[in-house]
Design a binder for this molecule. Structure first.
Ligand code: ZN
Length: 272
């Protein structure tokens, strides 16, 4: 598939309404945002759940309601997080996979996350990959570092991850790997042949991430999880505004935008 696939990470675990009033938080807001993003050209939405007070939650009821509402409104591919939030147990993080979303993120290693850190040992990664296989959920192999791409080879060799592989390169997280043509190129070099990748440029790496994805045959992720500023000092009005720009930039680069159906078919997702 030579088209551009755009993912929108609607809300994440870190961004707050206070920082970003347009942040979708409730299942209803998430579904409305997902529909808008799909209309703007997103084929995939990446989903975290929040509790009533706006803080990240692993509550299955909230995930279930968000997924149901999204599916009622749009056929966009739903990818849930299993990164969860800082401080969640592995059991809490993997639980929403039982709701049978289309895809899920699978963090491929331990990483600094600003002042915090996220733990992903090989046993945790194996457990998560097995659960995803059990529920027929396709993983996005999230890599915050070159060593994470290399670690994914262990799971592949063990038969826990099947092609076509989808990597998510999360770059410019504070205290983790920065984004540059060299760092991205080195990540890409470590991927097995049958791989596709999405560039997730965090914060000020947002637009460079889009440009590097377009230039290197990758896919794009945008959204409030990764970045809240549309331009210097100007908050984005919505997730869809980010998707619209990413679609515009891709089209200017003569790339067609893939729809959810094409992504389902490519990865052999449920309902393909
Ligand atoms: Zn996420």
């Amino acid at each position: 598939m030579n088209k551009m696939v755009i993912t929108c990470a609607l809300t994440g675990a870190e961004t707050t309404k206070k920082q970003c009033p347009a942040l979708p938080v409730t299942p209803e807001e998430l579904a409305a945002s997902a529909e808008e993003c799909a209309r703007a050209g997103a084929a995939i939405v990446h989903l975290h759940a929040r509790g009533d007070d706006g803080s990240p939650t692993a509550d299955l009821k909230v995930f279930k309601r968000a997924i149901e509402l999204i599916r009622r409104k749009t056929d966009v591919v739903v990818e849930i997080t299993t990164g969860g939030a800082v401080g969640m147990t592995p059991e809490e993080r993997i639980a929403p996979v039982s709701l049978e979303p289309d895809m899920a993120s699978l963090d491929c290693g331990t990483v600094n996350f600003g002042d915090e850190y996220i733990v992903n040992t090989l046993p945790i990664m194996r457990q998560f990959a097995s659960e995803m296989n059990r529920h027929k959920v396709h993983p996005t192999l999230e890599c915050f570092d070159v060593s994470h791409v290399q670690s994914s080879h262990i799971l592949i060799k063990e038969g826990l991850i099947k092609p076509p592989y989808h990597y998510g390169f999360v770059m410019q997280v504070p205290a983790a790997l920065s984004l540059s043509p060299k760092t991205l190129g080195y990540m890409m070099d470590q991927m097995p042949a049958e791989s596709r990748f999405t560039v997730m440029g965090i914060g000020r790496a947002h637009i460079p991430g889009i440009c590097l994805a377009i230039a290197s045959g990758g896919w794009i992720r945008v959204g409030f999880e990764d970045n809240i500023y549309y331009a210097k000092g100007r908050l984005a009005a919505s997730n869809a505004e980010f998707v619209e720009r990413a679609a515009r930039m891709s089209k200017e680069a003569q790339l067609e935008i893939a729809g959810p159906g094409e992504v389902r078919k490519f990865f052999g997702l449920r309902g393909a």
